[in-house]
Design a binder for this molecule. Structure first.
Ligand SMILES: CC(=O)N[C@H]1[C@@H](OP(=O)(O)OP(=O)(O)OC[C@H]2O[C@@H](n3ccc(=O)[nH]c3=O)[C@H](O)[C@@H]2O)O[C@H](CO)[C@@H](O)[C@@H]1O
Ligand SMILES: C=C(OP(=O)(O)O)C(=O)O
Length: 446
């Protein structure tokens, strides 16, 4: 989608009602695909969504000699790494800036080839997003790293060795880096202050199926005993709890009612508690979760994002749109990314009252206090929203703008909607199924 195709006209004021389905998690599937590089035979990954981050990793794997083909059931990929050693990666520069996943190729490529080249990373512009933890842990395993103009070149002069690591912060990507590297390293790795997000547990399940030995303690410590060889796996990816929560927030903000097939209670417990406090209703069954606005007014809340099992930062932006409709003052303290509240200025143009602060409001002090980052917000509601011209800043901010435009009176022009394809499968079709009045300029109402 390019040029004018990248604009969506949204005619607001219609509650979203109906059923949609979420498939495998954006934050697990690409990593499980990378794990296939560690196997000595083919892997089968099921419940794979058709999103851009999956396509990017598929392209990168193919460049590295992995054969990727559809499996027997819809949404199944078969990944065969048999020919990685003979791949020609001359075109790798074309993948620069595509997503955050290339950094996770380091361990598997070092084990397989003894060297790796990692192009510049992409991902959402919601903070500095350094990768210093990744390189620190890779050095501890015995890798050498050379910064080049177009990326990073790594070498493992000998087999990587297990090590004792303490992360300065429970970073998701760095924990995955350690897992994907330690499983084939010599000896034991002990990782403390690890991230324990459900997607990480699912990646551990994938690696265990391949033959890895990994144990998780209750205190954020993960122990990995390296093995000499891993096989392929067969795995069904856990559903996308972040997409599910986005649709739940859309139901609340538009006074709608959405059944999210595939949504799972276990990975969403913290979100569900918050949703209930705000005044949203939900009902859980074996196949999914129904979310709706029960009528009456919504409640203002104090909310702090955090690492799991706290309130996931990727849930924050969509829920803030619903909070503009709650009665009173809500406080939102973003403690994971220093710049994830910038999207609120467009909501203010639409009529919301959201004030940003540099202080840590509403709870504990975080890494960003006293450092000049506008990382706390006070949302004063309820406010009527009006349609506006909106430019999508990042993935979740983009979905939040769609929610705001759908909840608003009048028409919004939302620019840059292609970014949403990075993490939301068929979002346009889903919007239409839910009764949204959306239109690509120049075409009929879709
Ligand atoms: C593809 C993917 O899975 N993305 C998710 C992943 O991102 P990602 O893995 O990039 O996020 P991290 O958990 O690593 O980042 C958390 C914090 O740690 C900091 N940090 C991280 C690494 C590092 O080397 N140095 C450093 O300082 C970051 O700047 C950030 O402030 O987890 C985030 C937190 O749940 C989610 O919002 C993203 O959707
Ligand atoms: C921040 C996100 O993703 P990424 O890490 O891929 O940029 C997200 O999914 O909201």
């Amino acid at each position: 989608m390019t040029g004018t195709d990248d604009v969506l006209l949204v005619h607001g004021g219609t509650p979203l009602e109906g059923e949609i389905r979420v498939r495998g998690a954006k934050n697990l599937v690409p990593k499980a695909m990378v794990a296939a590089l560690l196997g000595s035979g083919p892997s089968r990954l099921r419940n794979v969504p058709d999103i851009r981050d999956v396509r990017v990793v598929r392209g990168l794997l193919q460049l590295h000699g992995v054969t990727v083909r559809p499996g027997e059931e819809p949404g199944e990929l078969v990944l065969d790494p048999t020919h990685v050693e003979s791949a020609n990666v001359a075109d790798i520069d074309a993948h620069a800036g595509s997503s955050r996943i290339p950094i996770l190729f380091c361990g598997p490529l070092l084990h397989r080839l003894g060297h790796a080249f990692i192009p510049g990373l992409g991902g959402c512009d919601i903070g500095g997003r350094p990768i210093d933890f990744h390189f620190d842990v890779l050095r501890q395993f015995g890798a050498t790293i050379e910064k080049r103009a177009d990326g990073q070149y790594l070498e493992a002069p000998q087999r990587l060795r297990g090590t004792k690591i303490r992360l300065p912060y429970p970073s998701v990507g760095s924990t995955e880096q350690v897992l994907l590297t330690a499983v084939l390293a010599e000896g034991v790795t002990e990782l403390s202050n690890a991230a324990v997000e459900p997607e990480i547990e699912d990646l551990i399940c994938v690696l265990q199926k391949m033959g890895a030995i990994i144990s998780m303690d209750t205190d954020r410590t993960i122990r990995i005993t390296g093995v000499d060889r891993l096989d392929g796996y067969t795995h069904r990816a856990l559903p996308d709890r972040l997409e599910a929560a986005s649709w739940a927030s859309a139901a609340l903000a538009t006074e709608g009612n959405i059944y999210v097939r595939g949504a799972q209670q276990r990975s969403m417990m913290t979100f569900l508690n918050t949703y209930r406090k705000v005044g949203g209703a939900f009902e859980i069954d074996d196949e999914g979760i129904r979310f709706w606005h029960p009528g009456g007014s919504l409640n203002a809340i104090a909310l702090e994002t955090d690492v799991h099992p706290g309130f996931q930062t990727d849930w924050q932006q969509p829920l803030v749109v619903a909070l503009t409709q709650a009665a009173g003052l809500s406080i939102v303290h973003e403690t994971v990314y220093e710049s994830r509240l910038g999207f609120t200025s467009a909501l203010n143009q639409m009529g919301a009252h959201i004030q940003l602060y540099r202080e840590c409001l509403g709870g504990s002090d975080c890494r960003f206090g006293q450092r000049n980052f506008l990382h706390s917000a006070v949302v004063s509601g309820p406010t009527k929203l009006q349609g506006a011209d909106l430019v999508i800043p990042d993935l979740r901010g983009g979905f939040s703008y769609l929610i705001a435009a759908l909840a608003a009176q009048g028409t919004s022009r939302v620019h840059g909607i292609d970014l949403i394809n990075r993490g939301y499968e068929n979002f346009m079709e889903k919007l239409v199924e839910l009764g949204a009045k959306v239109e690509l300029p120049g075409s009929a109402l879709v």
